[in-house]
Design a protein around this ligand. Structure first.
Ligand SMILES: NC(=O)c1ccc[n+]([C@@H]2O[C@H](COP(=O)([O-])OP(=O)(O)OC[C@H]3O[C@@H](n4cnc5c(N)ncnc54)[C@H](O)[C@@H]3O)[C@@H](O)[C@H]2O)c1
Length: 365
């Protein structure tokens, strides 16, 4: 039985990671939890037989038999906490972003590789059944020569997320913003399917400089928006293949798909409403009948790929994939190199928006 530890027992831990670990309870359990708030660490530990709750990181990392740790802290703590986990010689899954800077992410990745440790980073977009199935269709040539992808992750941000139990202010701060929070999901999906990007260009700005919280426990509180809430990102993949992504906290609602991939023979389209369903469908369009479908739209209720785990949530899929990597049933998909590449895209998109120039990317995966 794989012994996992959870660092930071906040909203995402209870909402998706703990259910994700419970989905593979035949192979893994949580042996230790850590949160500076004892009540939270204890509440998470109580969900797993024999788990110990800690309020000291050092004591948590020394828990006997611990094999892998999930770092679910707020974004600004990721580098420091991940460094401590790797220093303790433990496998690591970090929430996104992988680090505050590309250089910090690269240093962590080098250390993990040197010490033979698994180092995964959210989001788990590419570790879902749906995206692995789409990737296999692309690899088999079902869509022909890929031409362009579009993506959008749009909403008003967590100030309007009524059942959110964390602090919504963090997400509008200069350190986070919509691209790091949710745009990152489609960036991982599109690059996971098209490969590493070579160049980025963006427009971005703060369209609505203030939000009023509608979360009942802090209703009416004013939140200042310090990170661009509209971001239009263009990617150049080389060989005349491109993508455009809209990531925004200034859009009340949209009927547009979350991700579309287009090629010379067909297209794939994912509805926003199914985005977090790890086994959700993708509508496929083919220009003529072929072994993958008929000419025209092939709409689906479910992904035709067998579900990796029934009812899996995209974020919970990351916990399952971490267990798969530790027990050797899967090679890492949510690699540190992929997360570092996405972090570089996000930072250079900000720089491009500031300077008005397209920027060459230096990282790959
Ligand atoms: N909530 C979601 O649905 C969601 C989804 C995807 C990703 N995430 C990511 O998960 C991370 C956490 O988000 P959340 O929504 O759970 O936030 P949250 O505010 O609900 O919880 C954060 C927890 O971290 C603890 N904490 C703070 N500083 C810490 C430290 N130095 N060491 C250990 N624990 C510390 C807090 O006590 C709190 O329990 C963020 O990086 C966020 O982007 C959240």
């Amino acid at each position: 039985m794989i012994q996992l530890g959870i660092i930071a027992c906040g909203d995402v831990a209870f909402r998706t990671y703990i259910p994700g670990i419970q989905n593979v309870r035949d192979r893994a359990t949580v042996a230790a939890t850590f949160d500076p708030l004892a009540e939270r660490a204890e509440r998470a530990a109580a969900m797993f037989e024999g788990a110990v709750a800690y309020t000291s990181l050092e004591a948590f990392l020394a828990h006997p038999g611990l094999q892998g740790v999930l770092n679910l802290t707020p974004a600004n703590f990721h580098t420091l906490v991940s460094q401590a986990v790797l220093d303790a010689g433990l496998h690591l899954l970090s929430e996104k972003p992988i680090a505050s800077t590309v250089e910090e992410g690269q240093a962590l990745a080098r250390q993990a590789a040197k010490d033979g440790l698994i180092f995964l980073c959210a989001p788990a977009t590419m570790a879902t059944g749906r995206f692995q199935w789409l990737k296999s269709l692309i690899d088999k040539g079902a869509f022909g020569q890929l031409t362009v992808a579009t993506g959008q992750m749009v909403n008003m941000g967590p100030a309007g997320w009524k059942d959110y139990t964390g602090d919504p202010r963090v997400f509008y701060s200069a350190a986070v913003g919509p691209v790091l929070d949710t745009g990152v999901y489609v960036l991982h999906g599109i690059t996971g399917l098209l490969g590493p990007a070579r160049r980025v260009q963006a427009f971005a700005g703060i369209a609505l400089p203030e939000r009023i919280s509608t979360i009942p426990r802090i209703e009416g509180e004013r939140i200042s928006v310090e990170s661009p809430d509209v971001n239009m990102i263009h990617l150049d993949f080389g060989d005349n293949r491109f993508a455009q992504i809209l990531s925004s906290f200034a859009v009340p609602a949209s009927n547009g798909p979350s991700t579309e991939i287009h090629g010379s023979l067909g297209s794939a389209s994912i509805l926003d409403s199914t985005w977090y369903d790890a086994n959700g469908p993708a509508d496929l369009f083919f220009r003529s009948d072929n072994e993958y479908g008929q000419a025209g739209w092939n709409r689906q209720e479910r992904s035709p790929a067998p579900p990796v785990v029934d009812g899996e949530h995209l974020i919970g899929a990351g916990a399952r994939h971490f267990v798969d990597c530790i027990d050797g049933t899967s090679a890492p998909i949510m690699t540190a190199d992929h997360a570092i590449h996405i972090l570089e895209i996000i930072h250079q998109a900000q720089e491009s928006a500031r300077t008005g120039k397209a920027i060459d990317l230096t990282t790959t995966f």
